[in-house]
Design a protein around this ligand. Structure first.
Ligand SMILES: *[C@@H]1O[C@H](CO)[C@@H](O)[C@H](O)[C@H]1NC(C)=O
Ligand SMILES: *[C@@H]1O[C@H](CO)[C@@H](O)[C@H](O)[C@H]1NC(C)=O
Length: 337
């Protein structure tokens, strides 16, 4: 079943407005009743109620604390946060790899898909050394794009063609090819069951890997505005993380409604490469997650480094210009370039 793209893009603004009932009136009335003379006239009767009153009071007290805590967390969760990164490790990365797909491959390796005509590959790379452990060269008419793994099968899409390939993860032998229903082939990821895909537009597709049919699509939005140029993807802890083409930003998308909840700002990586005198590297692209050890890796097209990063909440509020930094206008590729 194909559900229509949600185009409203309205942020799901359901802040927790359940203020805890104010315990103070209760406290007042209680102390009033305690100080009233009736307490002394029928002392025995009231004595029975005192433990009950204490329990009620305690329950209200605890409830007010926990609902205060809850509402604080709840309102934080709906206001978008931005993250900056800390590089915890950097590794060599093939500066000729035009990275279009990246995922963790177990045993301290990544699977990577690279683009450019005549240079497109699928490879397994040792993270620590950058050594290519296995390489599949694609036919020169194909431009490799997003890559993901379900079980023993690597799924890869290609640029400007609706054709993709399935490979055996162990020997990269081609199991079969497929056609898909996206506008183009850019990014791929999986939650282990379904594929998520992008085609350079603002649409996040959910695809059944058994027949490659689109089962759902979402328009990805931030503050109600479409986020275009969605590129390489990774599925991390129930979120879809997306590189936004031509930016140093990663959008953390809720796959439920397509809303970008948070942004990760990685400008420091480009700045670091430039400061080190590196030239001729292309855009940030490629996110891989080692679930077992909770390690996040990022790289870019023709980048000489693969970085292991950690996130820290950005101290400076960037709400005003996140659109400028992370949300370029839609770019539409015409015909073949
Ligand atoms: C990791 O390497 C070991 C030993 O070579 C191998 O048995 C295992 O299957 C590998 N695991 C993965 C996920 O590749
Ligand atoms: C690749 O490995 C799979 C098992 O993972 C095997 O079934 C298949 O025959 C192998 N293909 C080649 C060409 O060796």
């Amino acid at each position: 079943m194909v559900s229509g793209a949600s185009s409203t893009g309205k942020q799901n603004n359901t802040p927790n407005n359940h203020h805890p009932s104010n315990p103070h009136p209760r406290t007042k009335s209680m102390s009033k009743s305690i100080s009233s003379s009736s307490l002394f006239t029928s002392f025995k009767k009231h004595l029975l109620y005192i433990p009950l009153l204490i329990m009620i009071f305690a329950a209200f007290f605890l409830l007010s604390i926990s609902s205060n805590t809850f509402s604080a967390i709840g309102s934080d969760a709906v206001s978008p946060h931005n993250y900056v990164i800390e590089v915890v490790n950097e590794f060599p990365h093939d500066p000729k790899a035009f990275t279009q797909g990246l995922l963790y491959g177990g045993n301290d390796t990544v699977f990577e898909s690279t683009g450019l005509y005549g240079q497109s590959t699928v490879r397994r790379v040792a993270i620590q050394t950058g050594e290519i452990l296995r390489l599949h060269k694609m036919e020169s008419s194909y431009f490799g794009e997003g890559l993901t793994l379900i079980g023993d099968r690597l799924y890869q899409v290609t640029w400007l063609k609706k054709i993709g390939f399935i490979y055996d993860r162990n020997n990269f032998s081609k199991v079969k090819s497929f056609t898909h229903q996206m506008g183009d082939g850019w990014g791929l990821a999986t939650d282990g069951k379904f594929l998520f895909g992008t085609d350079g537009s603002s649409t996040l597709y959910q695809i059944d890997p058994l027949n490659m049919k689109v089962i759902q699509k979402q328009v990805v939005t931030y503050n109600g505005y479409e986020v275009h140029n969605l590129n390489e993807l990774e599925y991390i802890n129930d979120e879809v993380w997306a590189n936004v083409w031509q930016t140093d930003c990663i959008a953390r998308i809720s796959p439920k409604d397509g809303v970008v909840r948070e942004w990760i700002l990685l400008q420091s990586l480009r700045e670091g490469l430039l400061a080190a005198g590196r030239k001729n590297f292309d855009v940030l692209n490629g996110i891989a997650w080692d679930k077992e050890n909770d390690r996040i890796f990022v790289t870019g097209k023709l980048w000489p480094k693969l970085y292991e990063i950690k996130l820290h909440p950005a101290k400076k509020e960037l709400h005003g210009n996140i659109e400028e930094i992370c949300m370029p206008k839609r770019f539409v590729f015409g015909t073949h370039s």
